[in-house]
Design a protein around this ligand. Structure first.
Ligand SMILES: C[S@@+](CC[C@H](N)C(=O)[O-])C[C@H]1O[C@@H](n2cnc3c(N)ncnc32)[C@H](O)[C@@H]1O
Length: 343
């Protein structure tokens, strides 16, 4: 089977490494995605373990089409009974980057018509469309005249890990946080601090990586679970085996924030994870932090609120730099911000 793991721009190499570690074959990096080969077991593992993937697509067919009619005919010629049962519901999701096909909604209708007509001609009836929780999700990707049809094995985006029960303003995506962390060497240090933790995404993802807690083990729903070939026994075995690999943290984790709501949210989210209750989360202002030099690895995602005046945000970031240099040396510090100018 051929898979396409989708990710965020810039995380392709991290994802490729994760896939290699998981046992994927013929790995190829493409824009915002990694293509690889494997079997159904690898597909389950990819959904369970990959931290920097947004979704895992199972490749159905690639072909070229120069008109909507050609797209319709070539789509209709596939044997859809392999993928969608007559009594199942389905939905189509299209991403289009083409001068020939310009409207993704139109593509969605064209592909839907082709699939529906395939069933009408063969059986005189058809599976129903469902936009809310379809049993089968078909993904259409168009780049100029190249059409790629896939099955979405993940369902909801994999950034929805299942631990974020409390959120504040501007939380980082879990996939982005994991991707940033996998690009660092935080695992080589004795302690880890996020001094502006917000709802704690960097911290929770770091704890999961460090303890081998599978990225998506708390999720109850995956797209593949409503497929006719779903092997529940294999899925359970993979999960059980994964849980035997979870171990105690090897790093002392700390998280602070000057907002009490952030402390509450971080603790609540951490409580969903094994060993989460052991993490020290405190109400503290980074600029007043004492003995900062005791921290080896500091990572933060400071506010980058564009509503603040430029000079306020610039002096805020200057103060962060000064605090790190004056009080926290010789730590390694990573700052992740959406405000390039301030950085
Ligand atoms: C962009 S949010 C962090 C979001 C976080 N990465 C997440 O995923 O939820 C920035 C956080 O910095 C905190 N903060 C701002 N100034 C601070 C300071 N001087 N000391 C500690 N925390 C501060 C804010 O309260 C806010 O929670």
């Amino acid at each position: 089977m051929k898979f396409v793991a989708k990710t965020l721009m810039g995380l392709e190499n991290v994802l490729a490494k994760e896939i290699e570690n998981l046992g994927g074959n013929n790995i190829e990096i493409v824009k915002r995605a990694v293509v690889f080969n494997g079997d159904i077991e690898l597909m389950y593992k990819a959904n369970l373990f990959l931290r920097s993937a947004l979704r895992i697509l199972v490749f159905i067919k690639k072909f070229d089409a120069k008109s909507p009619e050609e797209l319709y005919e070539k789509t209709k010629s596939l044997n859809w009974t392999e993928f969608i049962g007559l009594n199942q519901t389905f939905a189509i999701d299209a991403t289009v980057n083409s001068s020939i096909f310009t409207h993704s909604k139109f593509i969605t209708y064209k592909v839907k018509d082709a699939i529906v007509d395939f069933y009408y001609e063969k059986y005189g009836r058809r599976p129903n469309i469902s936009t809310y929780k379809p049993e089968i999700k078909i993904n259409v990707r168009i780049s100029e005249d190249q059409i790629e049809l896939s099955l979405d094995s993940s369902g909801e985006s994999l950034h929805k890990r299942g631990y974020k029960v409390e959120s504040l303003d501007a939380p980082l995506s879990e996939v982005l946080a994991a991707g940033i962390l996998l690009n660092t060497e935080f695992q080589n240090f004795e302690n880890f601090l996020d001094p502006m933790c917000g709802s704690g995404t960097l911290l929770t993802e770091a704890l999961m990586i460090n303890t081998n807690f599978p990225a998506n083990i708390l999720r109850e729903d995956f797209g593949f679970m409503t497929w006719n070939n779903f092997n529940n026994r294999l899925w359970k075995e993979i999960k059980e085996e994964a849980l035997t690999q979870v171990h105690e943290p090897t790093i002392d984790f700390y998280a602070f924030d000057k907002n009490r709501k952030a402390i509450f949210a971080t603790k609540k989210n951490l409580s969903m994870l094994k060993y989460g209750n052991r993490i020290k989360v405190d109400h503290k202002d980074f600029f007043k932090l004492k003995n900062c030099e005791r921290f080896d690895f500091i990572i933060m995602n400071p506010p980058y609120d564009i509503r603040l005046k430029d000079d306020e945000i610039l002096s805020f970031y200057t103060n962060i730099g000064d605090k790190l240099k004056q009080d926290c040396a010789p730590c390694i510090a990573w700052i992740f911000s959406g405000n390039i100018k301030a950085l």
